[in-house]
Design a protein around this ligand. Structure first.
Ligand code: NAX
Length: 328
């Protein structure tokens, strides 16, 4: 029998968890491979009770690929032997809360979780979703001994998916016709979604969408501010789309990327496209299907785009400064 894959999800009783867990368990993400879900949430009775409820619903789906469910409030239990760990749990940004306060509030969570991740399997990969995800990822990776920094990622796939949808909508085509969209930098309002290398069918996106003012203005702003727009419309932050992006991320890293394709993720900076070292910054990558990835090289970017990328990376450097005492 195929060895089950152990997958940890933190914040599993939350709203992203509710959209994510079923798709991890159903066979959609890991094919026929049996999955053991190891679900972590806070040691608060009501939260643990809600987590039990989610576990009951997972059982009730009767997924043939779900080989076990562990619910716990202990990161050491949650991360034991896992090949994937999706770090979703963190405190939401309160009204009037500055980004730096959020960083200081959530950062400590990722020290203990980083240390507990040392218990992961030898093929461990970690995706940080909880915000501010790039900097939380830096904290977790820095506190996790013995696991290479290249096994940690922060999620910018939702931003890429949002950018694809905006371009498709503007050009009047389907999402499937859009490729080579890359998100650079921080998962924040400073991120840069690159349209200069994007393709619509066989043509450059900028030759199909000739409205350069829209591309540089409304398009970039729409992607940067989409999270806020969802909160305004729904009264709650993005959940199903965030879960869907996390599934895309895991699936794309499990598989070998098809020739000529790529996708975005915040990775340990290798200096590509002028990104400073020592941060997790979003870059276009391909997966070798064996646990490794490469940053796509040689994309041409205008000086305008390069300046946008410089600014979003500057923000990551200033976030690193805020948490420098949490890094090892
Ligand atoms: P919810 O508030 O619905 O759920 C969060 C869950 O995390 C709760 O069950 C809470 O008890 C748990 N939690 C808090 N601290 C924890 C800890 N130390 N250990 C374990 N569990 C803990 O939030 P949800 O809507 O699910 O969002 C979760 C996170 O995703 C937030 O930080 C949010 O900002 C972030 N997002 C990131 C996105 C991205 O693209 N990277 C997009 C969506 C979302 O905004």
């Amino acid at each position: 029998m195929t060895q089950p894959i152990r997958v940890a999800v933190t914040g599993a009783a939350g709203q992203i968890g509710y959209s994510l867990l079923f798709r991890l368990a159903s066979g959609e993400t890991f094919g026929n491979r049996p999955v053991i879900l190891q679900l972590l949430d806070l040691p608060i009775p009501e939260v643990q009770k809600a987590l039990q409820g989610v576990a009951m619903e997972l059982q009730d789906c009767g997924f043939k690929t779900l080989a076990g469910i562990v619910t716990t409030d202990d990161p050491n239990v949650a991360f034991d032997g896992v090949s994937w760990s999706l770090l979703v749990g963190s405190k939401p940004r309160g009204p009037g809360m500055a980004r730096a306060d959020l960083i200081r509030e959530n950062g400590p969570i990722f020290i203990g979780q980083g240390q507990a991740l040392e218990r992961g399997a030898s093929d461990l990969r970690v995706l940080v979703v909880g915000n501010p995800c790039n900097t939380n990822c830096l904290i977790a990776a820095s506190n996790c001994n013995g696991v290479p920094k290249e096994r940690f990622f922060a999620m910018t796939r939702l931003d890429e998916n949002r950018a694809i949808a905006q371009l498709a909508n503007k050009a009047g085509v389907t999402n499937a016709e859009i490729k080579h969209v890359s998100v650079f930098g921080n998962h924040s309002e400073s991120m840069y979604p690159d349209f200069e290398n994007a393709m619509i069918g066989k043509k450059k996106a900028a030759s199909v969408i000739k409205d350069r003012k829209w591309l540089r203005g409304e398009f970039v702003a729409a992607v940067q501010n989409r999270g806020k727009a969802i909160i305004q419309a729904r009264g709650k932050s993005s959940a199903a789309s965030a879960a869907s992006a996390a599934i895309d991320h895991v699936k794309d890293l499990e598989a070998k990327t098809a020739r000529g394709q790529w996708f975005s993720a915040a990775v340990w900076s290798d200096g590509s496209y002028g990104s400073p070292l020592g941060i997790y910054t979003s870059l276009p990558i391909t997966s070798d299907g064996k646990g490794g990835y490469s940053v796509v090289q040689g994309l041409k970017l205008s000086s305008w785009a390069q300046e946008k990328i410089r600014l979003t990376n500057e923000e990551l450097l200033s976030e690193r400064e805020v948490v420098k005492d949490l890094l090892k």
